[in-house]
Write a protein that binds this ligand. Structure first.
Ligand code: SF4
Length: 472
């Protein structure tokens, strides 16, 4: 099991067929969230919306996109990090308030959402979803500031935690990022149009050019009179970009936090090889997320990189357990060993991370059955010992195998000849500004106090609501 992806946001202003552009952008960003997708557009006077549970390919068809009129839009792919998978929680979230219609799409997690919501409910506010993003819309609607931008800025100043956001009103798209810069958000140009996305791979598919990151604490207002860049907060003295974007979440062909993901990921592999050299015959990856790290490892160690595991790309999020299921069927359905590659070989297996350890244990047994003589497991990140509260769905601390087991105990549990994790220093040596990264899931040093103890179903467990689409 991996850490779960988070969410993807996309925005576009000033383009014909903005919805079609968002559709392509969201397609490219599918890896960041597969539970639901939505697009809200504006033609300058009316706002149109469509959202549903499922993959981008299922949620939209030609007819739907034709109905989403206008030259500006925002879109969202969701993996729930607060609130269960329910139709009410699908983003972008659209509400009507004193300034007219406003929609929001959010990547991240507010750590003070429970306190903010409780205070507003005591004051009479009614909520229709169980996400932290709706709290932001309430804060905006309640603001007495003079302009839309000031209302948003006032709302953001009350929020704590991780947020890369896109807003849509009938005449503009607004992008904003928290002062710590936890989650990525970048700006691009498509002719005269402006686009904004979680990762730059969304720009490539539409032929847009990458311009720059939305700066931490910045508000980018994209409207008819050209873009305006405002500062709603000073950036935090030390930024806290999520290092996991480079380890696993972002696509290797993306540029995030100003660096190419592929380049950083290869460096992780090279550094891992330096830290944990071993006598072996071949290097294989746990595909696809670890491919680039494994390539880096193979380059540095001068060992051949081989395709020792084949991943089935057609496995959805839920599949039905066969009555006569063989042992480890859930991992076998995703990965099959290539016996001709593995037989009799001393194999270095590279993966990006270990969360609970149970999936890796099954995978090791499959590789062993594929004929590997020795298995040397190399992990492109340090042991995950703490949960994330900034927009990544991690299990509770007790479920993380490294929170309670030494590396040697994990090695024994997994049944491998050797196990090495990349060191935290090694990890940080691979990025350009090592002081500006969050590594709290490896160290427990949380840059923003998560004392709300926010978990993804906090609102349901408190209110008993949600419509029952439990996650796996
Ligand atoms: Fe990323 Fe870990 Fe920090 Fe969460 S705790 S933001 S996963 S580095």
């Amino acid at each position: 099991m991996k850490l779960k992806e988070e969410c993807a946001v996309f925005g576009c202003q000033g383009a014909d067929d903005a919805a079609g552009i968002a559709y392509l952008g969201l397609y490219a960003l599918q890896h960041r969230g597969q539970e639901s997708s939505g697009i809200v557009t504006s033609d300058g006077s009316r706002v149109y919306e469509h959202r549903d549970l499922g993959l981008v390919s299922k949620v939209y068809d030609r007819e739907t996109l034709d109905r989403l009129r206008g030259r500006m839009c925002i879109g969202h792919n969701r993996y729930s990090t607060t609130g269960l998978t329910s139709t009410a929680n699908i983003q972008p979230m659209l509400v009507d308030c004193k300034i007219g219609k406003i929609a929001v799409a959010h990547n991240g997690n507010l750590v003070n959402a429970v306190d903010l919501r409780r205070a507003m409910e005591l004051d009479g506010s009614i909520f229709r979803s169980t996400t932290d993003s709706e709290v932001l819309l309430h804060l905006i609607a309640r603001s007495r500031a003079g302009t839309l931008e000031e209302m948003i800025m006032e709302a953001l100043s009350k929020a704590r935690g991780a947020f890369s956001l896109v807003f849509l009103t009938k005449d503009r798209v607004i992008a904003a990022r928290d002062p710590h810069g936890f989650r990525p958000l970048c700006l691009g140009r498509l002719g005269e149009a402006h686009v904004v996305a979680s990762e730059s791979c969304a720009f490539d598919i539409i032929g847009a050019t990458y311009q720059r990151e939305v700066a931490p604490g910045e508000l980018c207002v994209l409207g008819e009179g050209g873009p305006r860049y405002l500062r709603w907060s000073e950036p935090a003295a030390k930024q806290n970009r999520c290092i996991f974007e480079f380890i696993y979440f972002s696509r290797p062909d993306s540029r995030v936090f100003g660096e190419n993901v592929d380049k950083v990921r290869r460096k992780l592999g090279r550094r891992l090889a330096v830290e944990s050299a071993v006598d072996a015959d071949i290097v294989i990856a746990v595909p696809d997320s670890s491919n680039t790290i494994a390539l880096g490892y193979a380059e540095e160690s001068k060992l051949p990189f081989e395709l020792g595991l084949i991943r089935n790309h057609y496995v959805g999020r839920t599949f039905i357990q066969p009555r006569q299921a063989m042992r480890d069927w859930d991992v076998r359905i995703k990965f099959n060993p290539v016996r001709g590659v593995l037989k009799g070989k001393r194999v270095v297996v590279v993966d990006d991370s270990i969360v609970r350890g149970s999936t890796m244990r099954k995978l090791v047994s499959i590789i062993r059955q594929g004929g590997a003589a020795e298995i040397h497991l190399r992990i492109g990140s340090p042991p995950i010992t703490h949960s994330c509260f900034y927009g990544i769905d991690t299990p509770t601390r007790g479920e993380l195998i490294a929170s309670s087991h030494s590396v040697e105990a994990i090695r024994e549990y997994l049944g491998v000849e050797s196990l090495h994790y990349l060191s935290t220093e090694g990890l940080l040596s691979c990025v350009e500004e090592p002081d500006n990264y969050c590594v709290a899931c490896f160290t427990g040093a949380y840059p923003v106090d998560p004392s709300d103890g926010t978990n993804k179903t906090v609102f349901e467990s408190r209110t008993g609501c949600g419509d029952g689409f439990e996650n796996e």
